[in-house]
Design a protein around this ligand. Sequence first.
Ligand SMILES: *Cc1c(COP(=O)(O)O)cnc(C)c1O
Length: 408
Amino acid sequence: MVQVNGNYLKLKAGYLFPEIARRVRAFSEAHPDAPIIRLGIGDVTEPLPEACRSAMKAAIDEMGTPEGFHGYGPEQGYLWLREAVAQHDFVGRGCQISAEEIFISDGSKCDSANILDILGEGNRIAVTDPVYPVYVDSNVMAGRTGDADQAGRYGGLTYLPISAANGFAAQLPSEPVDLIYLCFPNNPTGAVATRAQLQAWVDYARAHGALILFDAAYEAFIQDPSLPHSIYEIDGARECAIEFRSFSKNAGFTGTRCALTVVPRGLMGTAANGEPVELWALWNRRQCTKFNGVSYIVQRGAEAVYSAEGLAQVKALVRFYMDNAAIIRRELTAAGLAVYGGEQAPYVWLKTPEGLDSWGFFDHLLGQAHVVGTPGSGFGAAGEGYFRLSAFNSRANVEEAMRRIRSL
Ligand SMILES: *Cc1c(COP(=O)(O)O)cnc(C)c1O
């Protein structure tokens, strides 16, 4: 008999989004006329920017000519895209990141999981609680954890609780860790990190020889010009951090698929014999072996994000979602709820009303307002008593959902 990867059997059943889908299905079968509004899953809703579509159409036509045909591209991505990224996202913000250090991929969800391929089994891993579930589950699948306890916490992981009590800013670990997942602006809480807060993480990582895995998928939603968009805006980060970025949320590429990972040259890990090893070389090897690049057409679409029209269109998209977030914040506050996030991120994180836990509030909102959100407890034990609403929706749906919640 073929053996399965037993690590998968440690994963907690009833993953968050399937359970939400199950409850919504059951509700709409019982109430087929109830007009449900989904402010749950973190997927964008607005159409692709015109600049990206034009670039992709032109690329398709190029592919139809002998001179313009492209077969396999570089595993790391085309240089013209990596140069545009380096210039606009990093050098333009004062970060010393070159095109060579950028690896184009088909998603930062997969990159943030695949990165474990090049990291050793003995690393002690820190995640916030609540957290983007991919960081935890990919470690479970890779055999880097023990079993889950009653509360759903896996043995071997260091959980750093974030809540209103600490302003959704995790304390530095009190036990030594080697790998630290940070996501700012944060999914699910919508919190951001100041320069000083990130500096404290970088200082910790350098002092302890730890690696920060920094997820900047929502950096485009930052409104406050004093907040850092990249970990590389912080002194010393090149020596201790890998950054994940994506075109999914800023440019609406969730279905088009393009992202990137930054691995600075000279960022070192350690081999079992104590020898320093460059992580860039390992990630390059990993990508060349297991990945064949993103479609030429899609990379042309991503490149157009950095054209004058593309920049303006992405800015307008972000503005649209952030105006939704402002409406959600304003209306929930008026409804007497304690709300967090939503100012530098497309997620509003709210405290559930007295007497209702996360799933209790989910059922209440679905049953009474026909609005679907995401229970905070689905992102970790410390998310219990919180609830996430997403600003990714049409203005009409957001306004209608808020009207219904106000009248509860
Ligand atoms: C949406 C999201 C991403 C982007 O994932 P892609 O695979 O690039 O679509 C990355 N990190 C977080 C926390 C996200 O919410």
